[in-house]
Design a protein around this ligand. Structure first.
Ligand code: GRG
Length: 295
């Protein structure tokens, strides 16, 4: 990956990290501490950088969309806290540190995940007021987001994923699970960003398609890393999918085919950016970045 993209990525990550620090509750209540821990304990900030890069591809400044990016990142962190709980993936570590429930206890971790979710919606609602986004548009954004993370989106993906443990599933089913569990949040991130920026239908369709393939590459690489990554790189124990007898791209189609699939998805993602021309360079580079990531 060329240096200019690395620089771009780190600059944007820094903007997000500082803004998250600024926006989260600052008091010393236990719940606030757990919320801060769940968000500020690391993280690549891929989803929020995706929102900013998508805005730039459409010719807008990332500044117009910063709060939307923060809300998406906070929702993602909330889902990670819940994902690590003993009743779900039962992981003791996240991002190289103790998982939220290991640090604060299960009760507080559950509530911190819930509170972060609510906090994300509060940030969005305040943002609509700040930018005087009309009520129909803000209601549409809220509805799109709720649908994407609720029982027809991320949460459904998580249920299907958990219920397919110890079962043999098809590649089609695996793709469905990950399009929901991982892809939906990425798709809705660019979708609501596009809605807030009032992009046209062609641009919205292009971004949604891009994010769908982006999500699939992300998950394929996640599965590959779980198979061949190290604890240091991943910030948690590798091999956790195998231990839980989970279907992954590796168990369903093998490492070689999984790598090929990621290549194919990358081609499709890049193809969907045609409508944006050269302005989409950062989005294109982001694909190579996530395909080559080691953490
Ligand atoms: C509360 C919204 C909400 C959902 C509850 C637990 C659950 C339902 C869903 C879990 C969804 C999930 C954890 C999907 C996995 C997505 C994934 C690939 C996570 C790792 O993302 P990275 O690598 O993590 O971007 P960092 O640490 O960099 O942020």
């Amino acid at each position: 990956m060329d240096n200019s993209f690395n620089k771009y990525f780190l600059e944007k990550k820094d903007i997000i990290d500082k803004a998250l620090l600024g926006v989260l509750p600052k008091d010393n209540r236990l719940i606030s501490k757990a919320m801060r821990y769940g968000v500020l304990n690391g993280g690549k900030r891929i989803r929020s950088i995706l929102v900013l890069a998508a805005a730039e591809a459409s010719g807008a400044s990332y500044k117009n969309i910063l709060e939307i990016a923060l809300a998406i990142e906070i929702i993602h962190c909330s889902s990670l806290i819940h994902d690590d709980l003993p009743a779900m993936d039962n992981d003791d570590y996240r991002r190289g540190k103790l998982a939220c429930h290991k640090k604060f206890g299960e009760d507080i971790a559950i509530l911190a995940g819930d509170a972060l979710l609510m906090y994300a919606f509060e940030i969005l609602a305040n943002n609509f007021q700040k930018y005087q986004i009309k009520s129909e548009r803000s209601a549409k954004i809220m509805a799109l987001l709720c649908e994407a993370i609720g029982s027809r989106g991320v949460i459904l993906g998580q249920v299907l994923d958990m219920k397919s443990e110890n079962k043999k599933i098809s590649l089609k089913r695996l793709k469905e699970i990950h399009s929901l569990k991982t892809g939906k949040l990425m798709q809705v991130a660019v979708r609501i960003g596009a809605e807030a920026l009032k992009l046209n239908t062609k641009q919205i369709k292009g971004l949604e398609k891009y994010a769908l393939h982006f999500g699939l590459i992300y998950q394929i690489v996640d599965d590959i890393l779980d198979e061949i990554g190290t604890k240091k790189e991943l910030g948690k124990m590798p091999g956790s999918d195998k231990k839980k007898n989970k279907s992954t791209y590796i168990s369903v189609c093998g490492l070689k085919k999984a790598i090929k699939l990621a290549e194919k998805e990358a081609e499709k993602a890049i193809e969907s950016l045609k409508v944006f021309g050269p302005k989409a360079e950062r989005l294109r580079q982001l694909i190579f970045f996530i395909k080559g990531r080691s953490s």
